[in-house]
Design a protein around this ligand. Structure first.
Ligand SMILES: *Cc1c(COP(=O)(O)O)cnc(C)c1O
Length: 233
């Protein structure tokens, strides 16, 4: 895989999608999803300009993050946890990640807050919303979002930055659009209620252009940058 080439293509597609919808492309961050990708390839991506890496497993990320700490601070990437987090791993997640995209219950938020307090760190978080009912396992149901926003905003060591969604799997990217649009509406509503949630983490390799059209500020892209993963995770 030609990482600089694929990254350039992704950037170009983001720029085009932003232009179509009258948005500033510079507010859109690529979270390069490096699960299953080896450290030398990750370093290629960082050297090609990737500033944010996304991992979905705490264990797997730990080793990679350690190895990447040898990078000069000038190019040292941020690490985001994009996958489901179990409460018993909250402590490690706080140690490792700059932003956790997958907070989906008051219990998990409380655990992260507790460990962040111990670590004297303010942990940046997004709330993952489940807009598809039974079709996906994780995320807070839409009707419970306001309650969770209220609780999280009372937790001193959490900094709420926005919302995240994973639409149900589909072969047709356009089918994701209503989920992206809905997430944007929910973020607007949260803002009106006094809980600013400006970051929208939505869109993956197959549907990121649609997500950009609908307001994404973070697109989580694995395959289109690193190539196909051998095993499904
Ligand atoms: C794997 C993964 C992605 C990236 O998927 P691609 O289709 O390879 O771009 C994005 N978000 C989450 C939560 C993932 O687990």
């Amino acid at each position: 895989m030609d990482i600089p080439g694929s990254l350039r293509l992704v950037l170009e597609r983001i720029h085009n999608a932003a232009a179509r919808s009258g948005r500033d492309p510079d507010v859109i961050t690529i979270v390069a999803v490096s699960k299953t990708v080896a450290v030398p390839v990750i370093l290629d991506a960082v050297n090609a300009g990737v500033a944010v890496l996304g991992e979905n497993r705490v264990q797997e990320a730990r080793e990679k993050i350690r190895e990447c700490r040898t990078l000069s601070p000038r190019v040292r990437p941020e690490w985001h946890l994009i996958g489901n987090l179990q409460k018993n791993k909250a402590k490690h997640a706080v140690q490792l990640f700059d932003l956790i995209h997958s907070v989906d219950s008051a219990g998990l938020a409380g655990e992260i807050n507790r460990h962040a307090r111990q670590a004297e760190k303010v942990q940046r978080v997004l709330l993952q919303v489940n807009l598809s009912g039974e079709a996906v396992k994780h995320g807070i149901p839409e009707e419970d979002l306001m309650g969770l926003l209220e609780k999280v905003s009372d937790m001193d060591y959490l900094k709420l930055e926005g919302l995240m969604v994973m639409p149900p799997f589909s072969h047709e990217p356009e089918e994701s659009r209503p989920y992206f649009r809905r997430l944007r509406q929910l973020a607007d509503r949260a803002g009106e209620a006094g809980y600013p949630a400006d970051e929208l983490s939505m869109g993956m390799s197959d549907d990121f252009e649609i997500a950009v059209e609908e307001g994404a500020t973070m697109v989580r892209i694995g395959t289109a940058i690193f190539g196909r993963r051998e095993k499904k995770v």
